[in-house]
Write a new protein. Sequence first.
Length: 470
Amino acid sequence: VYDISKFQQDHPGGARVLMQVAGRDATTEFESFHSADVMQRFGDELAIGKLVGSHKTVAAPPKASGKKSEGPWKFGEGIPFGDPYWYQGQMSPYYKDTHRVFRAKVRAFVDKEILPFVHEWDEAGTYPPELHQKAYAAGIYGAIWPKEYGGTPPEDFDAFHDLILVDELSRCAAGGVLWACFFCFGIALPPVLSVGSQFLKDKVARNVITGKSIMCLAVTEPYAGSDVANLQTTAVRDGDHFIVNGEKKFITSGVKATYFTTAVKTEKGVSLLLIEKGPGVTARRMKTQGWWISNTAYVTFDNVRVPVENLIGVEGEGFKPIMENFNHERFVLAAMSNRYSRVCMEEAIKYGRIRKTFGKRLMDHQVLRHKVAEMSRAIEANHSLLEQICYQMTKGANSKSLSGLIAMTKVQCTKTMELCAREASQIFGGASFIRGGVGEKVERLYREVRVNAIGGGSEEILLDLGMRMA
């Protein structure tokens, strides 16, 4: 039982709608317009009691325990195809107890610290800075990084833990917060760890991995995206410094970043420099279609003096670490996109079970069930591809041999996301056109289709890469 006498004036749908169901069981009407996450934001504040003998309540989604019950392992809400096959009790040769424990840890964090607030953050275009520290304290932020620099990898860490991390975080259905907070430094820090000097590792690694500093990758320019060889930003040697001039575009988290792993042209060719935000560095926020939380920036370097010791790797040999870095970025985007597809489908199924038209539930209409069938078969096939990549990684496959497969998988997953965002929107109807409410996740993900399809290499570039590497 909820007292909404004060809240009714703030209700997005107005007071009249609430008054029409006041004094009676409004569960069905509530579920037709709102997701259960709403109760996590307002339920405790408005609740005044519970009817004696009542058996059904509007509640937040069940919390993940990760505990083993009788029979096979099962995990999640149990929505058909709403989670990977091995969550549903099916067998897999890839996963063991450390994966199950880590899965439960990430899900619990997302359910508590991200899902209840992500719509509010998206509307505000930012997220609370303490999220970095919370995620690190929870053992998630530093999960894929070496212990010597503050990393907190799970026991027996492997590529499947990485897949679980990306997949579970992506349940929040908001790429902006994921890339700004969790994944941005995942493409900026690896060149430092792989080819950077010990000085640079000691300078940035621990603070970045523990969430105390923000680091981003600055490669894309107004004149060059995937065509890295056509970079225009220059770094001219001047004694013990490089003088950097140029522009970078579409730089995720560039507004908040302290460090930029920056691709430049020196007299010896493409090189990487670690540039700190300071005099001559300007980051202006760009208005984007999706990823509103991402703080995407247009970054300008105007006669920026960068110490020579900030050179990442060997001068003129920056192209290779950039290319190798693309593999993991594309893997992350592929895994994210496939979970987004699941979210779209899962939300459509939930809505279709309660929304009625022409006297029956949406999911009882054969034409709408066929939409779910088309979504699910693509999603499951994509997940198998992602697992195939992970298996190859665990067996030590080199980055070059995997680049074509990862490129093709990323294209497959982003095309599936586009399909699922569209089909879920058709099932939701007008509810998916409104920011907030029961169609909130689908509406937001529809705005993120293009950035997933283009970011990290457009579908056209990656299809060609896949064929050239075959």
